[in-house]
Design a protein around this ligand. Structure first.
Ligand code: ADP
Ligand code: MG
Length: 474
């Protein structure tokens, strides 16, 4: 047990929440010593069988918060007792991996099911009747329609990133899936409903299924929709600070004022100068991501790309290698922005500022996770001042402008055709929208004097410059 010297000590704080020994052992190995606030709130209530809405900032361990009680309460040998729905394939893989790690000393099995992967492969694994399924809505519906899975044994329904799951894009699919879960409940327990209502703390086993929805943001509208699928009394658990402001203030953030034709040059120089451990460059379009990855490659910066034009197995491989630190720069569309947890991402570069400010938060939230340090840079063209202002309004922070030492704007190339008619062909900066900006140290500086990012002198034994890293490795 725990007092054998070869085992790390049992995380007492988790034990105090009622987590069982097989899971405590995994937690100890994973070095989860203290529960995060949302875990402390959610785990005991989920164990008690209550329907829960959980809200906590990105990177605060919501996955473990719902996975631990599910692992603890699933019964071995019954297929599909828990269904965890997530918005992207990448997230399905990631959440499944966390469930797997947390449940490694339990007999409970899990499987990720998502589109773009051969259904036959998943069917093969489904033959082993995994107790927990993690899936994207489309594939789950497909498996239900083909009667490869059913909800006869369902006891837990989780929507991760619930705000996304209930927004327009997924709403019908979610309604479809949750209606089928409900259908099972009516069939199984036609007469017990009323009897159970009176009992306050009915033992969890008596319940047909329990619903847990979590997200970093839950608007009133989403909450109203969510409650339709839940059983009163629903408890809403909010980790302290979750509803204050979006979760990026611990990230050092800057913007660059840059003309479209200079963006790539700025990116390259920024990467060389910052020499990031692990960076994600976000683009708006798949084409854009492809192009940038190609150019970086030919300029000797090792990178990979991830976007919807890639086959799923390729996407999985890219994410796996990125997690493993096999390359340093990932060029991505917003596919990778939600919920994805890769430790030690040091830099987020918004090559294209997102139209929707919420997306900025999701992107920038990929860095500085669980208290680590991180930087985010956003490229803003002259026409995009409004987008930047929207972001600042949302995060309730003024993002200081940065300048890269030695980077000079150039006039548009002779063959440049993207300019609106009559525009002067002069490089000019984004209009400064504020009287003052804040420097990262908290000192107020004038907006006219952007923060200058000077190249850091390479210390002895410092990292290999980014352009030469891959040559070293081979
Ligand atoms: P969220 O879903 O809230 O954005 P995740 O569930 O993805 O956050 O967790 C972020 C990271 O924190 C993951 O790598 C996870 O393994 C780790 N983590 C979760 N809980 C703890 C804990 N109690 N102690 C240490 N690390 C934790
Ligand atoms: Mg999450």
């Amino acid at each position: 047990m725990s007092d054998k010297t070869e085992h790390p000590p049992v995380p007492e704080a988790f034990a105090a929440l009622g987590v069982r020994p097989s899971i405590l052992r995994a937690l100890a190995e994973l070095k989860f010593t203290t529960p995060s606030e949302i875990q402390a709130l959610l785990i005991p209530r989920a164990m008690a069988g209550v329907d829960l809405l959980g809200q906590a900032r990105t990177g605060t361990g919501k996955t473990a918060a719902f996975s631990i009680p599910i692992l603890a309460r699933c019964q071995k040998g019954l297929a599909t007792q828990a269904i965890i729905l997530v918005p992207t394939r990448e997230l399905a893989v990631q959440v499944e991996a966390e469930v797997q790690r947390l449940g490694q000393y339990t007999p409970i099995r899990s499987l990720a099911v998502y589109g773009g992967q051969k259904i036959a492969a998943q069917v093969k694994h489904l033959k082993y009747h995994p107790e927990i399924l993690i899936g994207t809505p489309g594939r789950v519906i497909d498996l239900l329609d083909r009667r490869i899975i059913d909800f006869q044994n369902i006891r837990f329904v989780v929507l991760d990133e619930v705000d996304r799951m209930l927004d327009i894009g997924f709403r019908d699919d979610i309604r479809n899936i949750l209606a089928r879960v409900k259908g099972v409940r009516r069939q199984e327990q036609p007469s017990e409903e009323g009897a159970q209502q009176g009992e306050n703390e009915s033992p969890p086993q008596d319940r047909a299924h329990q619903t847990i929805f979590v997200s970093a943001t839950i608007s009133e509208e989403i909450e109203r929709l969510a409650r339709k699928y839940m059983r009163e009394p629903v408890e809403k658990l909010i980790a302290p600070g979750a509803d204050e402001r979006p979760t990026v203030e611990s990230v050092e953030q800057y913007y660059f004022s840059v003309q479209i034709w200079d963006k790539y040059r700025l990116l390259k120089k920024l990467l060389e100068q910052e020499n990031p451990e692990l960076a994600i460059v976000f683009c708006r379009t798949k084409r854009g991501a492809e192009k940038i990855a190609k150019r970086l490659h030919s300029d000797g910066i090792e990178c990979r790309e991830i976007h919807g034009n890639l086959a799923q197995n390729k996407r999985d491989r890219v994410m796996k290698n990125f997690r493993g630190g096999k390359f340093d720069v990932l060029v991505a569309t917003d596919l990778a922005s939600r919920g994805i947890d890769v430790a030690d991402i040091s830099h987020i570069i918004n090559f294209d500022i997102p139209e929707d400010p919420e997306i900025y938060v999701h992107r920038v939230g990929r860095t500085a996770r669980m208290g680590a340090a991180g930087k985010a840079f956003t490229f803003v063209t002259r026409e995009q001042g409004d987008e930047l202002t929207k972001v600042e309004a949302l995060i309730n922070m003024v993002i200081p402008q940065a300048k890269l030492e030695g980077f000079e704007p150039t006039p548009p190339p002779a063959d440049w055709t993207d300019l609106p008619p009559g525009e002067a062909v002069q490089a000019k900066p984004v209009q400064s929208r504020f009287d003052r900006v804040y420097s990262p140290t908290g000192a107020t500086v004038s907006a006219e004097q952007p923060v200058t990012l000077a190249p850091k002198p390479l210390r002895l034994g410092a990292k290999i410059p980014i352009t030469r890293r891959h040559k070293r490795r081979r």
